[in-house]
Design a protein around this ligand. Structure first.
Ligand code: TYM
Length: 335
């Protein structure tokens, strides 16, 4: 059976939206609006898997909404809403959890990384995180999920859960959602250590470029970014074993809308100093207007709340029907 193309993706409102979130996810969503129905969620329930300040959580939910819009997501063409505003996410998550064997969840590397050595202190929500993520997508019968590379394993689980449900009831009810890992920077690394992912939670702010950093800060962070002593190579293959050079060239390529090979050819043989100047200029020219627009939008929280409310109404219209059909397939009585 074929399902109409429907794109679903989301970002957690946990603060410090960075270049990885932008290049790995949000930027790639913009052109998809011309190709399919698009639904972009601010996944506030997922954020609760780590402690959150209640006041900040609301502010950050608006900030992520502002980032979507500032980056080019059109609230008319796309549905933009926050996850907790549509209760069906939690309900479907429970149901899907009943088709997800522990063996599948035990394989999730993100849980292992986040729980660390203190596994007994990790909360159930963190463990169940990928099931809620599967529910997010399947609640809209999402077919395509544009994300950074780090989410690939979670997407495989969503496909496995959808398949398990379909087989159990001998239906073709849920599509098997496909990851779309797009652009030249699918895994943006820390500016301080090219072997570590750029992350919201890194203690050093110099490890990442935040979407709201001003021009001077962006330039300074790039200038201070770790490098190696060699000039830039003339083939992409020669980036092997040079994680910092690889990362910075990937960032340049993604920001310029080029392939990695094009970026390599452009800077072949040059020292890092001149490359970094060009990278800083490009970063500022792309991120500057987005950061400024984000700041303008968060200055009017009432406007953002209206967009989210309208988005939640549109999301409800799809989600409530899929949840009701799921319940019916399972045999839950609606007296
Ligand atoms: P979050 O908020 O951690 O990340 C949001 C998006 O940013 C991407 N990303 C990166 N891409 C490249 N390089 C990086 N260093 C980097 N860091 C983050 C992530 O891959 C992601 O696409 N679990 C999801 C949120 C979610 C979701 C969903 C996504 C919940 N439900 C349903 C898609 C569909 C996450 O990682 O959020």
């Amino acid at each position: 059976m074929s399902f109409p193309n429907r794109v679903f993706s989301g970002v957690q409102p946990t603060g410090n939206l960075h270049l990885g979130n932008y290049l790995g996810a949000i930027r790639n969503w913009v052109p998809l609006q011309d190709q399919a129905e698009t639904i972009f969620c601010i996944v506030d329930l997922h954020a609760l898997t780590a402690p959150q300040d209640p006041v900040l959580l609301k502010t950050q939910t608006r900030e992520v909404t502002a980032a979507y819009i500032a980056a080019g997501i059109d609230p008319e063409r796309s549905i933009i809403f926050n996850q907790s505003a549509v209760a069906a996410h939690s309900e479907l998550s429970w149901l899907l959890g009943c088709y997800a064997p522990l063996g599948w969840l035990n394989r999730m590397t993100q849980f292992k990384e986040k729980a660390g050595k203190q596994r007994d202190n990790a909360v159930l929500g963190l463990y169940a995180y990928p099931v809620l993520m599967a529910a997010d997508i399947l609640l809209y019968k999402g077919t395509h999920v544009p994300v950074g590379e780090d989410q690939k394993q979670h997407l495989e689980l969503a496909r496995d859960i959808a398949g398990a449900f379909n087989r159990r009831y001998e239906v073709e009810f849920f599509p098997l959602p496909e990851p779309q890992i797009l652009g030249a920077a699918t895994r943006v690394m820390s500016l301080r250590d090219g072997t570590k992912k750029m992350s919201k939670s890194d203690a050093s702010d110099y490890s990442r470029i935040n979407m709201t950093d001003d021009a001077d800060t962006v330039a300074l962070k790039i200038q201070k970014a770790k490098t190696d002593p060699h000039p830039l190579p003339d083939t992409a293959a020669a980036l092997d074993g040079r994680p910092e050079a690889d990362n910075l060239l990937g960032i340049y390529a993604a920001l310029a809308g080029q392939t990695r090979d094009q970026a390599v050819a452009r800077f072949a043989g040059q020292p890092f100093s001149s490359f970094k100047r060009e990278l800083a200029d490009l970063s500022v020219s792309v991120l500057g207007p987005i950061g400024a627009e984000m700041k303008r939008l968060v200055g009017d929280p009432g406007h953002i709340d209206k967009i989210l409310k309208r988005g939640a109404e549109r999301a409800h219209a799809i989600a409530d029907k899929v949840l009701a059909d799921t319940q019916d397939i399972i045999g839950l009585l609606k007296p």
